[in-house]
Write a protein that binds this ligand. Structure first.
Ligand code: NAP
Length: 243
């Protein structure tokens, strides 16, 4: 049996890096996209290779169509694509919508929505029967995130809708499309957005009493890519500690 070959966008850090590590352990070969942190991407790839995976690292801003093509062209050089994890995403900072800069709103939509659609579009062309896409959404899509980042929540609701629509388009081709909606996960994303203490502060208010880990999200993603979930498509799997 050929090893599965999976593209992970934003695979350099956080949930993406944990997903790369988990999929490498599960026997996948991997193509890792990153946008700025080449060192982190190289370190993630080195540890996946130590688990026996073939790995390629590609600089790819998912909002740029030519970058997305380069990402998938690199995968095609390694073999037949079997999976895509649309993980790259940004919040664009915290605050009320009234105070958000138009350029920030535009950038969040470009990365979180246009980026996901461009990668799904290319994967829809490259994946064969048995292929699977997992989009990383957010619990914010249904909470709305008032006072934090309404624009980000709206972008993730678009990801959920794209997941449902594409699952129906690609189901007859034997390709499954699902999403994972994490709650508050302890990664650098909160510090990047300007609130480094967020996971520790909000954790106790979550029904399970803590923030989640990137590895816990990676486990859900790995399941949705695997044959274990062969009859699951169009699902948005909330992994949010009950939030
Ligand atoms: P993170 O630690 O900030 O990592 C973000 C990743 O996305 C990095 O690999 C980064 O690459 C990449 N990236 C950012 N902009 C990109 C672009 N334009 N093109 C390609 N890659 C880009 O974030 P995270 O917490 O792991 O979040 C991963 C996903 O989970 C996101 O979609 C996020 O919305 C979602 N999520 C996170 C949480 C949470 O609490 N952490 C909750 C719900 C949903 P570089 O390393 O090169 O910068």
């Amino acid at each position: 049996m050929a090893r599965p070959l999976t593209v992970v966008t934003g695979g350099s850090r956080g949930i993406g890096a944990a997903t790369v590590a988990r999929l490498a352990a599960d026997g996948h070969d991997l193509v890792i996209g990153y946008s700025s942190d080449a060192e982190a991407a190289a370190a993630t790839a080195a540890s996946a290779e130590a688990s026996g995976a073939r790995c390629a690292v590609v600089h790819c801003d998912v909002s740029v169509p030519a970058d997305v093509d380069r990402l998938f062209d690199t995968a095609a050089e390694l073999g037949t694509l079997t999976g895509l994890v649309n993980n790259a995403g940004i919040t664009g900072g915290f605050g009320r919508l009234a105070d958000a800069e138009p350029a920030t709103i535009q950038r969040v939509i470009d990365v979180n929505v246009v980026g996901v659609l461009l990668c799904c579009r290319r994967a829809a062309r490259d994946l064969g029967r048995g292929g699977a896409i997992v989009n990383v959404s957010s619990g914010a899509a249904t909470l709305g995130s008032p006072g934090d980042y309404v624009h980000y929540a709206a972008s993730k609701a678009a990801v959920d809708t794209a997941t449902i629509g594409l699952s129906k388009e690609l189901g007859p081709d034997g390709i499954r499309v699902n999403a994972v909606a994490p709650g508050i996960i302890d990664t650098e994303m909160h510090a990047t957005g300007g609130d480094p203490g967020r996971a520790a502060r909000v954790g106790p208010q979550i029904p399970l009493g803590r923030a989640g880990t990137a590895a816990e999200i990676a486990a859900a993603i790995a399941w949705l890519l695997s044959e274990e979930s062969s009859y699951t498509t169009g699902a948005v799997l909330r992994v949010a500690g009950g939030r």
